[in-house]
Design a protein around this ligand. Structure first.
Ligand code: NAP
Length: 300
């Protein structure tokens, strides 16, 4: 149980509703910031504006998966108000106050260093990232179907990166009958791709390898689909870039060449917010129980 814990949930999409549901069931007290337009009410949770919250009593802050933008602004689909997590706010919190986010960026990293608070990135945990790859795969398949006029079965699908998402995506497209190639830079990844019955290639060969691609799916959060690569793609190729913003594609050059390139963020939140929210809620519960024990020890 999370009885006695005061938690601020700031912004986000429908995934946060599962988190709110679970934490209130466990008797945590929640301040919901950026949820004015949410019709639903939860026992134990109050909707507040960020300047109305007493941050001196907040044990934990839960941010959306994307965290903040580079100016500290937090995206929320349930409010039109601009919500910013500032140094000034964070400094008011007790020292043990912990911030939970899916991923981080320079702004959030600097914020926690300057305020001496702890940031936990949920997606740096393998378990969370692997569970989350399941709805991500389903979203990627949805985008491939929506944006092509040919079947996945029999088409040439090139996947870039064999991380947690890359591996799940490669397996699913292979199972759907696509001819799957996967590009990676580590020899152990190339070995794994071979073991999976797929065609491996080293990323240094990418320009040669994409010449027959019908669909390219990027999972690498670095500019990998650059001008040189785009210039080699057939005109009908669809690029689905799932890497975190700004993605790994030169979108401007793709547009100039008339190649359809889609940045596809937050797929789990779009295709399966309930499942994706439950994945996060389960791990957050575990982490907040640990935080509660630390708080108890500190109080002794
Ligand atoms: P991951 O396990 O860390 O995999 C990232 C892959 O990128 C690895 O194969 C890694 O290879 C490769 N990589 C990283 N930097 C590289 C570079 N400079 N050159 C070549 N390869 C490089 O991450 P993940 O969990 O699969 O997630 C992949 C991306 O998708 C992340 O940006 C994540 O935020 C995003 N994501 C998006 C959604 C969505 O809905 N759009 C959902 C989940 C995740 P090495 O091992 O060689 O470094």
């Amino acid at each position: 149980m999370l009885t006695g814990m005061q938690i601020a949930v700031i912004g986000g999409d429908a995934r946060q509703l599962e988190i709110i549901r679970k934490l209130t069931e466990l008797e945590a007290r929640l301040s919901l910031i950026g949820f004015e337009q949410l019709d639903h009410a939860f026992t134990g949770a109050v909707k507040e504006k960020i300047d109305e919250v007493d941050f001196t009593k907040i044990d934990a802050i839960i941010l959306p998966v994307a965290g903040t933008n580079l100016e500290g602004q937090i995206e929320t689909i349930f409010s039109n108000e601009k919500v910013i997590l500032s140094e000034e706010i964070l400094k008011k919190t007790p020292k043990h106050c912990t911030i939970y986010s899916g991923i981080s960026n320079e702004y959030l990293n600097d914020l926690v260093v300057n305020t001496g608070r702890t940031l936990i990135q949920l997606f740096s945990r393998d378990d969370v990232a692997i569970y989350n790859s399941i709805p991500t795969v389903e979203g990627t398949i949805m985008m491939a179907i929506q944006h092509t006029d040919f079947t996945i079965h029999g088409s040439n699908v090139t996947i870039l990166g064999l991380g947690r998402c890359g591996m799940s995506i490669a397996r699913a497209f292979h199972a759907l009958g696509a001819k799957v190639k996967v590009g990676a830079r580590k020899s152990e990844h190339l070995a794994r791709i071979t073991e999976m019955g797929l065609a491996p290639f080293h990323l240094s060969e990418i320009e040669m390898e994409v010449i027959d691609a019908d669909i390219v799916i990027n999972t690498i959060p670095q500019l990998i689909i650059n001008e040189g690569v785009i210039a080699k793609l057939p005109p009908h190729t669809l690029i689905i870039d799932i890497a975190s913003k700004p993605g790994g594609t030169d979108f401007r050059y793709a547009e100039k060449r008339g190649i359809k390139a889609l940045l596809a963020p937050s797929l789990p939140g779009i295709v399966a917010p309930k499942t994706a929210g439950q994945i996060l809620a389960d791990v957050l519960t575990q982490l907040l129980e640990e935080l509660k024990n630390i708080r108890k020890e500190n109080a002794k």
